[in-house]
Design a protein around this ligand. Structure first.
Ligand code: NAP
Ligand code: HSE
Length: 422
């Protein structure tokens, strides 16, 4: 059987799970691919460090360019992360006519359309299934199964690290720092975990999904982003008592006008919502479309095993399709972004009332006066009040919060989140 040489950039959480699979299951993969994907060369930063498994006859190098230039390598798997030097190495591989498989959402979000065009120009292929939610086959779904649909919205939990943190914060006594350390230990977090907790990782993934779903040329700047650093344990706990879960929710929608809106924000998810039960490192993406209706994918969305599933699947596909002509990527349009006056959201606010007489009633009246319905108000401990504000334009919500901040009936606004219901 013919052999196809594989080069691997990175041997961390993802790279080592990929290497092991390629070496341990090569016969199964060869059967499925119609040729044997053989790992030939691997680049790491520190060649002297033991990796805990035998790399057999694989060449280990400290210079990633040596993998790209290795004549025995036809497919380059990029699992090193970061923008530089990863982008340049992917470009060099494609220019050399080598197919690339990458798990790097930062690179694909920043340069995906340009790299796909470069691949086509050099008769190579670019695969990036693992860049969004690891083993969930969401890229394949959007590139294949739903091509006859018009997608109207995407909703998802697409970052495992923040979901681990927000899940663990429901347990009394577990701090944000403890939970983040656990996500790092389990291999879910980015090398720089601020990319996870500040929402950048989810933003990159949402950009990639939105291009595929809506055919729009968007970049990270188009996403309304808020991370989870300022989510208080008290809000996670109070909402849990009321049956809600806090998730870093990614949302994309296309209005009838064609304008789109993209956001990544910590959100209170109501009981019965499909994303309510997505705990720990699980991810889920809900696709709303005109023909299929609601389609949901869920499963483990981070970590070596799940990510290797997507990467190795792309490698098998790449081997199978190595002789197939490269199709030009579909053209992308430049969208208009939906403004805050047109964007409908519901909210949650936790505040401490002042000792002023009728403070509670005055606060609720002030919200109504600012055009914001109150779906429910729940007294918490002491003078704390949780208010569930009804669906209304984002701009009205923001103005109402500014107003609350000026009221003598309000001592302090303690937390606020978006909210979604089933
Ligand atoms: P990681 O554990 O930090 O591993 C990175 C690997 O790349 C290490 O082996 C490192 O070498 C090597 N490396 C980094 N810079 C290098 C350089 N300049 N030259 C040579 N080698 C270099 O990262 P990871 O978690 O596997 O993530 C890798 C990529 O997969 C990232 O793009 C990430 O976003 C993506 N991803 C990760 C997950 C996940 O759950 N972890 C899931 C989906 C996608 P040393 O070992 O010598 O330091
Ligand atoms: N850091 C990412 C996460 C890895 O936590 O979801 C998977 O893309």
């Amino acid at each position: 059987m013919e052999t196809v040489g594989i080069g691997l950039l990175g041997l961390g959480t993802v790279g080592s799970a990929v290497a092991r699979r390629l070496m341990e299951q090569w016969e199964l993969l060869a059967e499925r691919a119609g040729a044997t994907p053989a790992l030939r060369c691997v680049a790491v930063r520190d060649v002297s460090r033991s990796r805990g498994f035998d790399l057999k006859n694989v060449r280990l190098v400290g210079d990633p360019q040596a993998v790209v230039s290795d004549p025995a390598v036809s497919i380059v798997v990029e699992a090193m992360g970061g923008i530089d030097p990863a982008t340049g190495l992917i470009e060099a591989s494609l220019r050399a006519g080598k197919t690339v498989v990458t798990a790097n959402k930062a690179v694909i979000a920043a340069s995906g359309p340009r790299l796909s065009a470069l691949a086509a120009e050099h008769h190579a292929h670019l695969y990036f299934e693992a860049s969004v939610s690891a083993g969930l086959p969401i890229v394949a779904l959007l590139q294949g199964s739903l091509l006859g649909d018009r997608i109207t919205a995407l909703d998802g939990v697409i970052n495992g690290t923040t979901n681990v943190i927000l899940t663990q914060m429901r347990t009394p006594g577990v701090s944000y720092a403890d939970a983040l350390a656990d996500a790092q230990r389990r291999g879910f977090a980015e090398a720089d975990p601020s990319l996870d907790v500040d929402g950048w990782d989810a933003v990159s993934k949402l950009v990639i999904l939105s291009r595929l779903a809506f055919g729009v040329n968007v970049t990270s700047d188009a996403v309304d982003r808020r991370g989870i650093r300022d989510v208080a344990v008290a809000d996670v706990g109070a909402l849990a008592q009321l049956g809600y879960r806090v998730r870093l929710l990614a949302h994309a929608e296309r209005a009838a006008s064609g304008a789109i809106h993209l956001r990544v924000r910590p959100t209170a998810v109501g009981p019965g919502h499909l994303l309510h039960a997505i705990d720990d490192a699980d991810n889920a993406v809900i696709i709303s479309s005109d023909l299929a209706g609601t389609v949901m994918l869920s499963g483990v969305g981070a970590g070596g095993g799940s990510t290797a599933s997507a990467v190795v699947s792309d490698v098998v596909t790449a081997v199978r399709e190595r002789a197939a002509p490269m199709t030009q990527p579909a053209p992308l349009t430049t969208p208009t972004l939906l403004g805050d006056e047109d964007l409908e959201v519901a909210g949650y606010v936790r505040l401490r009332l002042s000792a002023e007489a009728d403070a509670r009633a005055l606060v609720l009246q002030a919200l109504e006066d600012r055009g914001l319905a109150v779906d429910a108000a729940v007294d918490l401990t002491g003078l704390e009040l949780a208010v569930f504000t009804g669906v209304g334009p984002r701009a009205v919500h923001d103005r109402a919060l500014e107003t609350l901040d000026t009221l003598t009936s309000v001592d302090e606004i303690l937390g606020d989140l978006d909210r979604v219901e089933a």
